[in-house]
Design a protein around this ligand. Structure first.
Ligand SMILES: O=C(O)CCC(=O)N[C@@H](CCC(=O)O)C(=O)O
Ligand SMILES: [Zn+2]
Length: 336
């Protein structure tokens, strides 16, 4: 197999490849761009006009998605997967991947949409670099832009696999993309209703891509991901890469639960207390009137929403960051 197919191995070893460009037996050009970044370009006659950004390892300990991208890339390098799309593979936080940690100094996925400018350190530099890599990749005009940023969660979840769909004022969420997510095995989609500072929000808002954060199960170390079943997603990604998907307009949304964000719980101070057991699962229901959290002064988070649930509860985040999201079933839906 070509050396560039071993992007994961190179990245974990902190090594640069001797040759930066290689051609597969199938005529696909692979180009190493920088640490953890590799562009795949199909032969021109086969190019179907899709630019697909696949990222994982934005959190270094979320290994199932990293292993998934590694399998796809190795299959391309061996000529077994025959791309018709242009692809950018990104391993987000190599330093954290090497130590098996979520991050080195700060959460990389809170530094996009320019937020890295207000910070310094390895993650701020990397967020800036990832923004530039994505911007350059998506710069050719009149092509279709799609980004999946793959993650696993800190805790177990009542709904194992779900997507978060970013928000931009005046832009409707796409029915076809929801159908594609359903076909890829996602059981729920959380529709954001305000701008955000995560990677998928950057590519959605600033680069015009259809972009999603995908949550695939619980985070585990490399080699211990037997419990995370990514078969449907892997198959669908392969079909997207090879341009062999069945038409999306006919695909059904059946079985896809849609939620919207009711409120983000922001931790303001060290006095923040979250009134949930440490092992609470994502999508756990919250009864009306429940005191979810409290913070300095008189700040109280009391559940008012019908059908409320919690996701990503984490009282250990830095002050000023999201310590959880209260979500509710999505009501009026304007899909494009
Ligand atoms: O399990 C958790 O608490 C976090 C899992 C995770 O990393 N989720 C992403 C979601 C990004 C988004 O809001 O689109 C994150 O928190 O960065
Ligand atoms: Zn993550």
């Amino acid at each position: 197999m070509l050396a560039l197919g071993k992007l994961l191995e190179l990245t974990l070893a902190g090594r640069e490849p001797a040759e930066k460009t290689q051609l597969t037996v199938d005529g696909v050009r692979m180009r190493w761009l920088t640490e953890g970044a590799l562009e795949v370009r199909p032969p021109e006659v086969r190019d179907n006009g899709l630019d697909l950004l696949l990222s994982a390892g934005i959190h270094g300990n979320e290994t199932a998605p990293i292993e998934l991208l590694d399998r796809l890339l190795q299959a391309i390098a061996r000529g077994e997967i025959k791309p018709r799309a242009r692809i950018l593979f990104l391993f987000g936080n190599p330093g954290a991947m090497r130590t098996g940690a979520r991050f080195v100094e700060e959460d990389l996925n809170r530094l996009f949409n320019g937020r890295h400018e207000t910070s310094s350190g390895p993650e701020a530099l990397r967020a800036c670099e990832l923004e530039h890599l994505a911007e350059t990749f998506f710069s050719p005009p009149e092509r279709t832009r799609l980004h999946y940023d793959l993650h696993t969660a800190i805790r177990g979840s009542k709904i194992e696999q779900f997507a978060l769909y970013p928000y931009k004022e005046g832009r409707a969420h796409s029915r076809n993309e929801l159908a594609r997510l359903r076909a890829a095995g996602m059981e729920a989609v959380l529709l954001q209703n305000k701008p955000s500072i995560v990677f998928s929000a950057y590519t959605y808002d600033k680069l015009g891509a259809e972009a999603f954060t995908l949550e695939l199960g619980k985070a585990r170390p490399f080699g211990q991901n037997g419990g995370v079943n990514v078969e449907r997603l892997e198959l669908r990604l392969q079909q997207i890469i090879e341009g062999t998907e069945s038409p999306l307009a006919e695909a059904s949304l059946d079985g896809l639960q849609l939620f919207s964000v009711a409120r983000e719980v922001i931790k303001h101070s060290d006095a923040f207390i979250l009134h949930l057991p440490a092992d609470v699962e994502n999508f756990c229901e919250l009864p009306k009137g429940y005191l979810l959290a409290q913070d300095t002064g008189k700040t109280r988070w009391i559940i008012e929403e019908e059908g409320a649930r919690i996701i990503f509860p984490n009282p250990k985040v830095k002050n000023g960051l999201r310590a959880g999201m209260i979500i509710e079933p999505a009501r009026a839906l304007a899909l494009a």
